[in-house]
Design a protein around this ligand. Sequence first.
Ligand code: NCD
Ligand code: ZN
Ligand code: ZN
Length: 364
Amino acid sequence: MKPHGSSDQTFSRDTGDLLILRQPDDWHVHLRDGGMLAFAADYTARQFARAIVMPNLDPPVTTTAAAEAYRTRILDVLPEGRRFTPLMTAYLTDDIDAEEIARGFSGGVLTACKLYPAGATTNSANGVTDVRKIWPVLERMHSIDMPLLVHGEVVSPDIDIFDREAVFLETVLAPVLEDFPGLRVVLEHITTDDSVQFVEAAGSNLAATITAHHLRIDRNAMFEGGLRPHAYCLPVAKRRRHREALRRAATSGNPKFFLGTDSAPHQKHEKESSCGCAGIFSAPTAIESYAQTFEEEDALDRLEAFASEFGPRFYGLPLNEGTVSLQRQPQNVPELMSDDHVRIVPFHAGETLRWRFNGRTDQR
Ligand code: NCD
Ligand code: ZN
Ligand code: ZN
């Protein structure tokens, strides 16, 4: 297979049964805290060199000191010798201190800020109630070139849940980009053709992450023979035609679209409940899931750029030097993953995947 981009920096090799990629990064992940952090973090750290760690803890990460302490807790639960860099984010609130954020960014602790519209998703009660309230913070971020990451959904109960992302583009994102034309923005976990087109049409300062699960499920997955809480995440999966648009965007080679799993573990009993939590735990087989999708789209040669090049280029970070390898070998995904404190149903539970993560390697 011909490596995509054919630069001498491209590591991608496919010998049929072995796929070698420059080590990827995850540009959107929830690692949680406490017992869940201890359970979940290494699934991300073993596959990805770096990850943008979401700040929606309870209470949320809103200061540089809190981000630093959280980073230490993450590194403390990883196995000895694991090379993994958590990239920390701050959670924007109506009254967040712009100076504090700027200090955290210039001091190298914070990589970006995350905008959660209040009430949009898990632990977003302290989020922003009206984006106009944080205009001075956005102004500051714009001036220091600090990226803004957005959960792109409006929360008004009048707006149908399947339209919340599209309405956000017009009512929130467009005005932000108009007033701050150079602000680097990542529209996280996009789920619609509307978002694909919006990102394509915008300047190079707007990019988007695409999850492994939104490339594979559409909204039928939530109702297949009954109510399926493990297919429920936010933004909710949309119609099949939107999933097809995401597949086209991810495999297009357009550097504005890159990997962000949005792996979001919740306890089994908290998903299988009368008011189940939103979130899909995809970290254990993240890269295998993307590989399967790219292979189905006949675009395995574009996986490396999507997973390992476009993200760091957007964030202005160096590409990773190491590699990972995947073996073409059937992998049965367990129905349940657990330890003494945690029980989780992972993405792809009970399915057989075509690829298996083989670990890191120095081979080029
Ligand atoms: C995420 C979570 O559980 O923290 N859930 C989800 O469905 N994606 C929050 C988020 O990214 O919106
Ligand atoms: Zn989100
Ligand atoms: Zn998320």
